[in-house]
Write a protein that binds this ligand. Structure first.
Ligand SMILES: NC(=O)c1ccc[n+]([C@@H]2O[C@H](COP(=O)([O-])OP(=O)(O)OC[C@H]3O[C@@H](n4cnc5c(N)ncnc54)[C@H](O)[C@@H]3O)[C@@H](O)[C@H]2O)c1
Length: 358
């Protein structure tokens, strides 16, 4: 039986990876210390998701380890010597990082280094998948000429139709502290690939989503918005007239990319991983769709000032990923994602905040 180590295994992507590999007959080991609760309060508590995994998987073992604890990380990788590492543990919020800069950097950059070095010592030939982010490009994508449409911003130049590719520069731009800590990790993951020849990959995520997000105001765009509509919460929209655009990818399609890289690894790979143009949507369009599906109006508070360094229009160009990992494709269209988040499965109704946790 092949063995995978998944960090952040109670979070959106990590929990999907646990279920995904478990269903394919892998022995799955998850590392998560529920730090999401510490970051985001009760909305971020992932206990319900861990319990769901324990109930629904066959070959899953949970390890409540903090990725900042170097000795613990070295020890578990030495013991397990996994055939694949999926590193999805993180402080994931752009906005929270400024309030917790030490925690943000220690988890995102330090935790990643701990895992990389553990992998180099104990399983250097095992593919190492790192969940990076499009925030490594800082606000450089905002330099693209844009045109304003009725409900969204879009790229003005037809050459930009497919979105941002991996050649976008990562320096001389504003990242947020989160973007900077993730970029530090991203560069280190590439370095372990180039310097040591290890099969590492950075997947630079657009908006990742799915029913197992412990959606909180500071993180989890679609899932928190759906929740705000369902529960009658007031939702804050920050700047750009609500026309800011994101491309959304379902967590299952993210995991398919992990498997595709496992089957075709190489050192220092970097791929943008989002929903692409077909799964792109603006804030205004998202609100209208959820209101329609849930049958309830959302109370919106419009804040004039955009979030620092926020993208106006971000669409992931998936050309490199499709070319180098053939067979991988988006399987969950945006409207399927909307439907799923509007009425998540009963299993999700376990969240401690009372309602459903998407
Ligand atoms: N969700 C998105 O839209 C998005 C977009 C781009 C990139 N990403 C990246 O994808 C990865 C996964 O994101 P997600 O949405 O699943 O986030 P998530 O918050 O749902 O999951 C992360 C998990 O990591 C755990 N964790 C945090 N600190 C830890 C620590 N010190 N030790 C052990 N576990 C710890 C948390 O408890 C949480 O369960 C992150 O690296 C994130 O930066 C996410």
């Amino acid at each position: 039986m092949k063995r995978v180590l998944v960090t952040g295994s109670s979070g959106l992507i990590g929990s999907e990876a646990v279920a995904f590999f478990d269903a394919r007959g892998w022995e799955v080991h998850g590392v998560d210390n529920n730090m999401r609760r510490d970051f985001f309060g009760p909305d971020g508590d992932t206990t319900w998701n861990l319990e769901r995994l324990r109930r629904t998987t066959r070959h899953f073992t949970h390890h409540p380890i903090d990725v900042r604890h170097r000795d613990a990380v070295l020890a578990i990788v030495a013991t397990l010597q996994p055939a694949l590492i999926v590193h999805a543990a993180a402080q994931p919020s752009h906005d929270l990082a400024k309030d917790r800069p030490f925690d943000d950097f220690d988890v995102n950059a330090g935790g990643t280094l701990n895992l990389l070095e553990a992998a180099r010592r104990h399983c250097p030939d095992s593919p190492f998948c790192f969940m990076s982010t499009n925030k490594v490009y800082g606000d450089a994508p905002n330099e693209k000429p844009l045109r304003e449409l009725a409900t969204r911003w879009d790229y003005a130049d037809p050459a930009d139709h497919d979105g941002i590719d991996e050649s976008c520069r990562v320096d001389a731009c504003l990242h947020s502290l989160f973007g900077a800590s993730k970029l530090a990790a991203d560069v280190m993951v590439q370095e372990y690939g180039r310097y040591f020849g290890m099969p590492t990959v950075c997947f630079r995520g657009g908006c990742l989503t799915g029913p197992n997000h412990s959606g909180a105001e500071l993180h989890g765009f679609l899932s928190y918005l759906a929740r705000a509509v369902r529960e009658g919460r007031t939702y804050r929209v920050y700047g750009y007239g609500g026309k800011q655009v994101r491309d959304n990818i379902h967590s299952v399609d993210v995991c398919a990319a992990f498997l595709a890289f496992y089957e075709k690894p190489r050192p220092a790979a970097v791929y943008n991983l989002g929903g692409g143009r077909a799964n792109s949507v603006s804030m205004l369009e998202t609100i209208a769709r959820f209101e329609d599906l849930i049958g309830r109006r959302l109370a919106v508070e419009y804040v004039e000032t955009p979030r620092v360094g926020d993208h106006v229009c971000y669409i992931s160009d998936l050309s490199r990923l499709r070319a180098e990992l053939p067979g991988w494709e988006i399987t969950r269209p945006l409207d399927d994602i909307f439907h799923e988040l509007a009425s998540p499965p009963a299993a999700v109704a376990l969240h401690p905040a009372g309602g459903r946790a998407s």
